[in-house]
Design a protein around this ligand. Sequence first.
Ligand code: HEM
Ligand SMILES: *[C@@H]1O[C@H](CO)[C@@H](O)[C@H](O)[C@H]1NC(C)=O
Ligand SMILES: *[C@@H]1O[C@H](CO)[C@@H](O)[C@H](O)[C@H]1NC(C)=O
Ligand SMILES: *[C@@H]1O[C@H](CO)[C@@H](O)[C@H](O)[C@H]1NC(C)=O
Ligand SMILES: *[C@@H]1O[C@H](CO)[C@@H](O)[C@H](O)[C@H]1NC(C)=O
Length: 375
Amino acid sequence: MKLFALSLLVSALFSSGNASPNIVPTTEIQDLQTGTLMVLPPQQTDTGTKRIPDAQHPFIPPGPHDQRGPCPAMNTLANHGYVSRDGITTFEEIILAGMEAFNIDRDTIANMAAVNMITRGNPFVNKISIGGISPLVPPLPYKIDGPYTQGIQKHGRVEGDASLTRSDAFIGDNRNFNQTLWDMDLVQLAAFGDDGPDGPKTVFNLQSLIEIKRQNYESDQALNPKFALPPRRLFTAYGGASLIMTMFANGTTKQATRRIMTSFFMNQTFPENWFRAAVPVTPSPIVGQMAAALPQWRAGGNNGNGIYKADDPPPPPFNVTAGCGNYWDQLSNGTPGSLAHVTGIFKQNVDLLNGIMFRVSGCPEQIAPAGPTNV
Ligand code: HEM
Ligand SMILES: *[C@@H]1O[C@H](CO)[C@@H](O)[C@H](O)[C@H]1NC(C)=O
Ligand SMILES: *[C@@H]1O[C@H](CO)[C@@H](O)[C@H](O)[C@H]1NC(C)=O
Ligand SMILES: *[C@@H]1O[C@H](CO)[C@@H](O)[C@H](O)[C@H]1NC(C)=O
Ligand SMILES: *[C@@H]1O[C@H](CO)[C@@H](O)[C@H](O)[C@H]1NC(C)=O
């Protein structure tokens, strides 16, 4: 990590002065913005469990101008200064924070960072808001995705319906914790959970997560005429739920208790005496097990009329796995098509992010960004 920081410093020093001809520039001006070449950090070598946070990362609640949003993990990382407390972060900072605080595998967190940066960040200047629009994150150069860079709370590309603790954008507040939804989740936990240190049926298990997702879908399908679960959303809805058992669980006991999850979701702080995972966390088979248990919830939506209809499956060859269908949908419908035509460092960054997403997708071929802009 020190070496990595040093190499960034060295490249920054060279790029600010007259670079010698055999040193590739790492910054560039486009539309008066200074773009920065992103660098994928290496997998950390210290990968055991340990108590989080350390003394350097105390909880400090956000100030009035700090961005917070729909992701309980990003909010927690910002509340503890693992990413910038103002809620404006970078590709590298997200990856380093995720590895340090959650012991998440490098490629897994790089993929999460990439999906969000390419859809809702400014991948030229390498900045993303973990909440909404911020004056600290400029629009894409030449405004090729509209007048603003939105931040991760903006509905439609990644942020979507049937969340565990946030309302559908059509129904209410899709950004902040919703106590009613969490209470509904806890009803399912109390019916299907495992026994643990906090009492009977207080530990999340596969069945409780299945029942929670079933309830999320049924409730929002009935309440939201625009309810939408495109492949990319269905995949992340299960992905987010699976993280309860892998990423948020106490690394020593492997238990995700009601108290731990309430601390992360509601208080957006690391639980007292919490230990990160004992081995680097990778995507979990729980995702497929939840999907298999709820076969009636195929990718689809209400299409404005309140009647749920399944989408056509992704076209071949992108129908090989759910992960590939997710990548196909993300690039074809959830990533601005204007990113296919950028140049220089902007293009290098977009290619890096797309390449990371492609490598974890299981798809036989890569896809260029082709989704709508300014949405
Ligand atoms: C560090 C590991 C991470 C964990 C453990 C994590 C966990 C979660 C969980 C559990 C949710 C679901 C919340 C709910 O349904 O109410 C969620 C939602 C979300 N996360 Fe994260 N996340 C992580 C990293 C990231 C990163 C790096 C980003 C982007 C910078 C991100 C962006 C989002 C977004 C946009 C949502 C909203 C999806 C929705 O429910 O509509 N997450 N995350
Ligand atoms: C919280 O969720 C409930 C249940 O879906 C909903 O009725 C309410 O409007 C939501 N509140 C906000 C502020 O979104
Ligand atoms: C959440 O924060 C409140 C107020 O500080 C505290 O009383 C409560 O114990 C916390 N709950 C959890 C589960 O961390
Ligand atoms: C995590 O497990 C350890 C035992 O290994 C325990 O002392 C600690 O209280 C647990 N933390 C939480 C937040 O449950
Ligand atoms: C993908 O779609 C093609 C054409 O519809 C179909 O023949 C093939 O069986 C599908 N593959 C999978 C794995 O579903």
